[in-house]
Design a protein. Structure first.
Length: 853
């Protein structure tokens, strides 16, 4: 057993090992990405991926504007554009899903990546004590598909009573029998034994399967559950209490986010525009307290777009209330403190925050019954082997399909819950792994556990066969809240989860840990000599292992969010002052504004939140269709000049998006390093170049980033001496005040030339003069087109000549923080009306930009 005497050296050892260990860094990700490119075009799915609608081609007015393309927003975008008469703009702050996010095993790596908003809670005295700065990390998806791209893919609906309780609180239309049809509407159940159940359906867009890979230990834990007296059953069926293999939102074993399920099939509809990298700053509200549009920013360009029917906030439980407050809707006193004029005093905005809190560090050692070297549980060292990659790329099976954080789960009752009610108060995540099995790469980093705690708990049992069973509170009584940090839309809100502020929550949690202990003592696990990790959290070393005090202390130290914050724009009847939206999800006091996402849950559901939020969006879509079905269009539709129908007739004007988006070459390196800037690059290696068909057995070895860049004949931008601002007269002319972005902006870039479409140019009149000078002044104009389906950067560039009747505009400026993101450029001589000119082509997030040198 560890002692304090060892502590001084252990954290250092642990940290050093983590830094220099040969584990999944950026190199491994790049190899994986390459392998997918070569072997798995099914994952790239280039044909169906959603295209970012060019900024220049957005209309000035849509019937509906949806803010946030997450679990809820993606569903709404699909369902509302089923009506061809309606135009819909979906604004998403993040980028498209990355192909790597589809691999279940990479679930923990996505946290703290660039597709995570990376929120953290305010420091607490009673919880998150073992985390760096006593702050728990709260990942949220900043990507098309939202948190459904980062989540653990567990498909759980909650308990029927959750919804019956919503209804009895005055939320007409939300009882279990009301909402079940909407669960069924989305669902494509692919687990054969459930396909005929009245609780499931097939043919919907959201596929449900078991995870494709399973560790042997998981079966043993399920067996132990049965020995304890629980059944193995369909926890999404008639009865919730019991154990099950996890139902998962996966398709052919790969993540099925809402972007995949709902947006890709709708991506080609002409009445749906998806604008990524578009951060909404506020909802615009007129003097009649009617929401008439939004203000957003894309690549530093401000824009206002109007909504003739509704603005719908689906920015999630943290940002929907933030946006309401920024727009003047919330607790009036709090808004004034931040210099925001309160339009509607709605004290409930940001309150009523609920989350599923869990006790981490509950890991158990056992003896591997196999004596031939095969693992019985998930072991990172063995997962990152070349044959794993081959299994995945070539045979479509193996470790990379494993969601080792929750292969199975259970819903159980503590002594505080009447077991006959089938309303379990504890959920257990059953993981065929534990934090010691990944050397600190996954769990430690994702949760923000301190080095010291990790070292003390795990360093002497690293990679010893282990599993964990994590208990979480299904219906916590504690309530937290959110506040604005300030009036800046780029500032993350202040998050106060208040875990365990209600003492009953701690009592239930400790009982949950006792149930875990009882499972581990069943014969199926006894046979494997299953036993608790003998090391205690350094903050709890004074207490006897598994004593009441120890478990309580562990809950307060090793506090885990199960990533389910909800309730911050609670639905409720008008007579409850804390209600933010009515049972049709309309914001009180403002017309034409709804909130549709996890924030509307009045009380958290007894299970994971993704499926319930998808249900909420399905139901909301039907309510919106109903509400507008008998309203005369007069006054609620965009003027014809703006509504884009004219645009659709003129298909030619859609040409530019083809040029700008379809011909961008694939740059695996920058794409991947953009997403995972947090992964170490040094020790990893990957002779990506050798990874061609027939040559896959060459053992990967390390190459540095510089080498990789050189190989590709692209130069990291910071290596360039030549690139100094300003770039030329064009830039001076189109100067935008850089102060609206925080920090220094060392470079200005102009994006790849867009078209100037004369008939729409009047749209931009509201922009400051001087932004739209003509460059070049005359045609024809030549530039290079790269072919996306031929990713080899060495391909011969095809000069492209614009038709003579088109004019080019210099495009608005794209001020970028070049220092933050890996960028690459190539230079090329091109001909312009002024003669030969040297330009740099710059690639950022899959978009090509032009720098005038
Ligand atoms: C790590 C993790 C694991 C999870 N595991 C599970 C699980 O296994 N099973 C499960 O059921 N649930 C799980 N969840 C929870 C579940 O995924 C979320 O509750 C659900 O996805 C939230 O849906 P939403 O529509 O409310 O918000 P989100 O899906 O988060 O969508 C909000 C969207 O709005 C965008 N946005 C925010 N602000 C703006 C703005 N100002 N302008 C433009 N766009 C904006 C965001 O980028 C995001 O795309 C997990 C969540 C996380 C983070
Ligand atoms: C080791 O033994 C187990 C159980 O018999 C078997 O499933 C597994 O395939 C074996 N592994 C190897 C590498 O032979
Ligand atoms: C891109 O390359 C593919 C494959 O070589 C070819 O079929 C396609 O026609 C090319 N597209 C264009 C626009 O050149
Ligand atoms: C571009 O043109 C300049 C001057 O005409 C020449 O010096 C330079 O080598 C050319 N660069 C390339 C890449 O062709």
């Amino acid at each position: 057993m560890s002692t304090y005497g060892q502590m001084s050296i252990r954290p250092i050892l642990s940290n050093t090992r983590i830094m220099f260990g040969l584990l999944p860094g950026l190199g491994a990700m790049i190899v994986l990405r390459m392998a997918i490119h070569i072997y798995r075009p099914d994952i790239e799915d280039a044909e169906h991926r959603v295209r970012d609608h060019p900024f220049e081609h957005l209309y000035d007015c849509y019937d509906f504007i949806i803010v946030g393309g997450g679990s809820a927003g993606a569903v709404l975008a699909n369902r509302l554009t089923e009506n061809p008469e309606w135009t819909v703009l979906l604004l998403e702050a993040g980028q498209d899903e990355n192909v790597l996010s589809e691999l279940p095993v990479l679930f923990p790596v996505l946290q703290t990546s660039s597709i995570d908003w990376q929120f953290v809670t305010e420091p607490g005295d009673e919880y998150c004590l073992s985390m760096v700065d006593k702050r728990c990390k709260w990942p949220r998806g900043k990507v098309l598909g939202g948190s459904s791209v980062l989540n653990a893919m567990l498909y759980i609906r909650g308990n029927r009573r959750d919804y019956d309780n919503w209804a009895s609180m005055g939320n007409t239309g939300w009882s279990f029998s009301d909402v079940l049809p909407y669960f069924l509407k989305s669902e494509d159940m692919r687990i054969p034994e459930y396909q005929d159940s009245p609780f499931h359906s097939t043919g919907g867009p959201l596929t449900i399967e078991y995870f494709k890979y399973e560790q042997p230990i998981t079966r043993k834990i399920l067996e132990a559950g049965q020995q304890l007296g629980y059944n193995i059953l369909d926890v999404n069926g008639a009865y919730q209490t019991g154990f099950t293999r996890s139902h998962a939102t996966v398709r052919d074993g790969l993540r099925c986010s809402t972007a995949k399920a709902f947006l890709r099939p709708a991506g080609k509809r002409l009445n749906l525009h998806v604008s990524m990298h578009s951060l909404v700053e506020k909802v615009l509200i007129d003097e009649h307290k009617k929401a008439y549009g939004v203000q957003f920013t894309k690549h530093g360009q401000h824009r206002i777009v109007k909504a003739s029917k509704e603005v719908i906030l689906s920015a999630g439980a943290i940002q929907s209330p933030q946006l309401l407050m920024l727009s003047g809707i919330g607790d009036a006193r709090h808004l004034k403190e931040n210099g925001i004029y309160p339009i509607v005093d709605l004290p409930g905005v940001g309150k009523n925050l609920q989350d599923h809190v869990a006790m981490g560090g509950h890991s158990f050692l056992f003896d591997n019954p196999y004596d031939n070297g095969t693992d019985y549980c998930f072991n990172l060292i063995n997962a990152y082997m070349l044959n794993t990659l081959i299994d995945f790329a070539v045979h479509k099976k193996g470790y990379l399909y494993s969601m080792m954080e929750a292969e199975a789960m259970a819903f159980v009752n503590t002594k505080f819950q009447d077991a006959t009610e089938d309303y379990p108060d504890i959920q257990l995540f059953i993981a065929p792994t534990a934090d010691n099995m990944d050397g600190g790469w996954f769990g430690k980093r994702a949760n923000g556990l301190t080095d010291e705690t990790y070292a003390e708990l795990y360093e002497d049992i690293l990679y010893d066969s282990s599993f964990s069973i994590v208990p979480l509170l299904l219906r916590p009584r504690s309530r937290g809240f959110l506040k604005l940090r300030d009036a800046n839309p780029y500032s993350p809100p202040l998050i106060y989860p208040n875990y365990y502020s209600d003492p009953q929550d701690m009592k239930v949690m400790v009982e949950g840990a006792r149930i875990v202990q009882a499972i581990v003592e069943q014969p199926a696990l006894r046979k494997l000599n299953a036993r608790p990790n003998p090391n205690r959290n350094p903050g709890c070393a004074d207490f006897d292992l598994m004593s009441q005090e120890h478990l309580e202390c562990q809950a307060r130290h090793h506090t885990l969010t199960i990533y389910h914050p909800v309730g911050t724009c609670a639905m409720g009847p008008v007579n409850i002052p804390e209600s933010v939206v009515d049972p049709r999800l309309r914001v009180y006091g403002i017309s034409n504004l709804r909130v549709v996402d996890g924030s509307i849950m009045p009380t958290i559901v007894s299970g994971n939140t993704n499926a319930p939020i998808i249900m909420i969006a399905e139901k909301a879509s039907d309510m919106i269709k109903e509400d507008w079905s008998d309203v005369a269009d007069y006054g609620n539709s965009c003027p014809p000049i703006y509504n884009g129908r004219q645009h659709q007739e003129n298909k030619e004007s859609d040409e530019p998006s083809k040029i700008n988006l379809n011909h961008i070459d694939l740059d695996v390196f920058s794409e991947t390093s953009n997403i995972f800037p947090h992964l170490p690059t040094d020790k990893f290696e990957v002779k990506a170049t050798k990874l061609k068909k027939g040559n896959i057995d060459s053992k990967p070895h390390l190459i540095s980033r510089e080498y990789e860049a050189k190989y590709k004949e692209i130069i990291p931008i910071h290596k360039s001496k030549d690139l100094k601002p300003p770039y030329g007269p064009e830039f001076q002319q189109n100067h935008i005040n850089p102060n609206f972005l925080p920090g220094n902006i060392p470079y200005y870039l102009t994006p790849y030339p867009y078209w100037n479409i004369p008939q729409y140019s009047d749209r931009y009149n509201w922009l400051p003069q001087g932004n739209y000078g003509q460059y070049p002044k005359q045609n024809p104009y030549q530039f290079n087109v790269m072919n996306r389906s031929r990713p080899n950067l060495k391909q011969k560039k095809r000069p492209y000549t614009l038709p003579a009747n088109h004019k080019l505009t210099p495009v608005q400026n794209y001020p970028y923080r070049v220092d933050q993101t890996p960028l690459f450029y190539e230079t090329e001589n091109i001909s312009t009306p002024k003669g030969q000119k040297c330009k740099a082509w710059l690639y950022y997030n899959g978009i090509k930009y032009e720098i005038v040198l």
